[in-house]
Design a protein around this ligand. Structure first.
Ligand code: GLN
Ligand code: ZN
Length: 755
């Protein structure tokens, strides 16, 4: 029986890859030094896995930026604007594809989320004239390095059909026209690698999504051609991020030697897989969660192996992580400040490797000590006082449908609010944060380090707020914000003030390229011991006669951007967070704040991959937003903000949130969004973002006017707000002032035209 991880995190325990990449991009270290750092990391990660007792060491899971980008390079699918050459792609071109070239005005390739994870990949482009040709030489070098260390290498490839489906069709291309070429290219690569490794892992996570007939056909055509190329090696078809569901027969029918299934995200599929598995097929059991930080229940995992062993001979079983460990932090032992009790419940990538090996050992009849420890810590976790709080459970259980309803319907509220606020046509506002200057960061850091007393810190923050409010007054904005100087991150800030959360020092996970995130951990029942934002909001409101928006992060976004406990459904956890946010909303209202914005930046990205699961998600996600927001009086205006485009399909859900005003990122996908508004009669006020905040570029007045005129074709004038795409915290003041000044002028010009 083989034990393996589908892939290992790349960043390194101290984020060595991040630092090396950024030094290289700043021109501080040459390519050779970057490559040497990468090689050292790869070797360290192989050593960790080998020492843990894993049999197959992944190769090709490491990447200097992104494994999908690596696949493009491996296939020679480099778009022409990056200077296509016939030879292998050099590193300079590689990074230009990932990051663009500001000097030459070449934009980076698009980036988007890897399925429903927080990892972002570079979107391949397929043009009619894209010529695919496989080159496995880089992988081969790593395979040989692993062999030299005395271990068995397992190259990991992004599967051909997944690659085709993730790609964007450009210049009128049809992705399926490339089926033959991609089969040929993969065939070449597999033939090149096969003599040097027992297994080749081909990742086809799209098998856990809804496939159309063309994709199915492509699977059959391509895999029929790959079968003989592998000859002396074996192909392991890896599926993850869910159940195979209606693609099970397809997966079982493909001529591969092994199938990997995700038994964490798809625990119910084991029986069906076992029932259909051909007699000569190896089965890899994904038992250790690659996307979370909790210890595996080893006893349960072992029972699954035993169940499989009734049908499949042990030498045709593998024990594995559910998916690549890319999505979990690297090493728990680096956590020095975490509550030791909570730490006991966790496993990061290094610890997960040991878990995989332990299950394999136990299946062979030698139960390692880890099993005893595991049982004890799971029991302790279940009994911990913070995990189940009766009061919170009772409160969540007593939520009534009435708590999700505003007193009056949206049109009536709108009339009441129009009178209360008496805003001009096309009111101008911003999304929440203002530039986080070096001074602001320094003040926060000094406070965290204890160098700044609480009172001095509060005074410093008040100073930043006062300055931001004064600037907004000067610009002539209609609805103001306090600017969020006290927040380092929109989720962490709230997590730190809620019960049930804990934080790691070093639990970094790659988001894209050199960017990493450190999600908070939700380990127990969530509640709010005290008001979180009321003082700041009141202070900000005291500085102006204009409405000051209270600013909160919504329950769905807090959930999506955290590591969530796995002993309670996401819906339940979200409901608890929603109740905590509801408390804050009502306190803000009672303190006299008249507009409250509840950001749900992550609402769209939390959607399950499978269509069949999406309605249920949208039901509880929207209900949680309503639970958080609906307790206020009619005259209190609820705002919400969402980013990351592609809202068309969820317009009915957005309408059901029943906010009085929504602001949505739009400038990057302007046409799409407006299409959605013409197709769907959105009932409330809306501010489609009029400029992209991701670059320092200052949009001019004409350009903003034009966009607003376009928006007016589908949004009634008395419901249109004017705002940027998102928060301004990553921007500097000069461009922020210039952009907002143009935005306010554009709104005024539009008003004049409409009077
Ligand atoms: N209020 C937040 C801000 O302005 C919203 C951020 C977001 O949507 N990502 O920073
Ligand atoms: Zn946003």
């Amino acid at each position: 029986m083989n034990a393996h991880a589908l892939g290992f995190p790349r960043v390194g325990i101290n984020r060595e890859l991040k630092w090396a990449l950024e030094r290289h991009w700043r021109g501080e270290i040459p390519e050779t030094e970057l490559v040497a750092e990468a090689d050292a990391l790869k070797r360290r990660h192989w050593r960790i896995q080998a020492n843990a007792g894993l049999d197959l060491l992944p190769v090709g899971d490491f990447s200097l930026y992104d494994h999908v980008l690596d696949t493009m390079v491996m296939l020679g699918a480099v778009p022409a604007r990056f200077g296509r050459s016939s030879g292998p792609t050099d590193l300079k071109t590689y990074f230009r594809m990932a990051r663009g070239d500001a000097e030459q005005g070449v934009p980076a390739m698009e980036m988007t989320k890897w399925f429903d994870s927080n990892y972002h990949y570079i979107v391949p482009e397929l043009a009619p004239d894209t010529r695919l040709a496989g080159d496995g030489s880089r992988l081969l070098a790593d395979i040989l390095a692993v062999k030299e260390l005395g271990h068995a290498a397992k190259p990991v490839l992004v599967g051909p059909v997944t690659f085709l489906l993730l790609a964007k069709e450009v210049d009128g291309c049809n992705r399926w026209d490339h089926v033959d070429a991609i089969a040929q290219a993969y065939k070449g690569i597999i033939a090149e690698l096969a003599p040097h490794c027992p297994w080749i892992q081909v990742d086809e996570p799209v098998l856990c999504s809804d496939l159309g007939p063309e994709a199915e056909k492509a699977f059959r055509t391509i895999y029929a051609r790959l079968a003989d190329a592998a000859s002396c090696s074996r192909l392991l078809l890896a599926t993850y991020f869910g159940e195979l569901g209606d693609n099970l027969d397809l997966a079982l029918s493909l001529p591969v030697d092994g199938l990997h299934v995700d038994l964490v995200r798809g625990p119910g599929q084991l029986n069906a897989v076992l029932a259909g598995l051909p007699a000569d097929r190896t089965l890899s059991l994904g038992l250790v969660d690659g996307r979370n930080i909790w210890k595996t229940d080893l006893g349960t995992a072992l029972r699954k192996v035993s169940r499989a062993a009734c049908t499949v001979k042990a030498d045709r079983l593998m024990v594995a992580s559910s998916c690549s460990l890319l999505h979990s932090p690297v090493d728990l032992t680096a956590e020095k400040q975490l509550d030791p009790e909570l730490k006991q419940w966790m496993a990061f990538a290094v610890q997960k490797c040991a878990e995989i090996a332990a299950v394999k050992q136990a299946a062979a009849g030698r139960k390692p000590r880890l099993f005893e420890e595991n049982k004890a810590s799971l029991l302790a976790r279940g009994a911990h006082r913070g995990v189940v709080d009766r009061k919170i459970r009772d409160r969540a259980g007593a939520v009534t449908p009435g708590m999700l309803e505003r007193a009056s319907a949206s049109a009536e509220r709108s009339a009441i609010q129009k009178e209360r606020f008496a805003l001009p046509l096309f009111p101008t506002t911003t999304i929440g944060s203002y530039p986080q200057t070096a001074e602001i960061r320094r003040d926060r850091l000094r406070f965290r380090k204890g160098e700044l007393a609480e009172a001095d810190y509060a005074a410093a923050m008040r100073g930043h707020i006062a300055e931001t409010v004064a600037r907004q007054e000067e610009l002539g904005l209609d609805v103001l914000v306090h600017g969020e100087p006290e927040r380092n991150d929109m989720v962490e800030y709230f997590g730190q003030q809620l019960n049930g959360f804990c934080f790691t020092e070093n639990g970094w996970v790659q988001s894209y390229g050199s960017r990493c995130v450190k999600p908070p951990v939700i380990y127990g029942d969530v509640s709010r011991p005290a008001p979180m934002t009321v003082d700041w909001a009141l202070y900000a409101q005291s500085l102006t006669d204009k409405p000051m928006k209270g600013m909160l992060t919504g329950p769905v976004t807090i959930l999506c951007w955290s590591f969530v406990r796995n002993d309670l459904s996401r819906e339940e956890v979200c409901r608890q967070i929603a109740l905590a946010v509801r408390d804050e909303v009502l306190d803000l209202e009672a303190a006299g704040i008249s507009m409250i914005q509840i950001d749900e930046a992550a609402l769209r990205e939390g959607m399950p991959i499978r269509k069949a699961l999406q309605d249920d998600y949208l039901r509880w996600a929207v209900d949680c937003f309503r639970l958080a927001s609906a307790g206020v009086r009619d005259e209190t205006q609820i705002h919400s903000h969402m980013c990351y485009s592609e809202f068309n399909v969820i317009m009915p859900a957005i309408a059901r949130m029943d906010a009085d005003v929504i602001s949505i990122e739009a400038s990057r996908s302007r046409m799409d969004l407006l299409d959605a508004f013409s197709a769907y009669d959105y009932p409330a006020d809306i501010g489609p973002g009029v400029y992209d905040i991701h670059s320092p570029r200052v949009p001019d007045e004409d350009e903003i006017c034009e966009l607003l005129e376009k928006a007016l074709a589908v949004i009634p004038a008395n419901r249109l707000w004017v705002n940027p795409d998102c928060g301004l915290k990553t921007r500097a003041w000069p461009e922020t002032l210039a952009s907002l000044d143009n935005m306010v002028r554009a709104a005024k010009r539009l008003r004049a035209n409409h009077e």
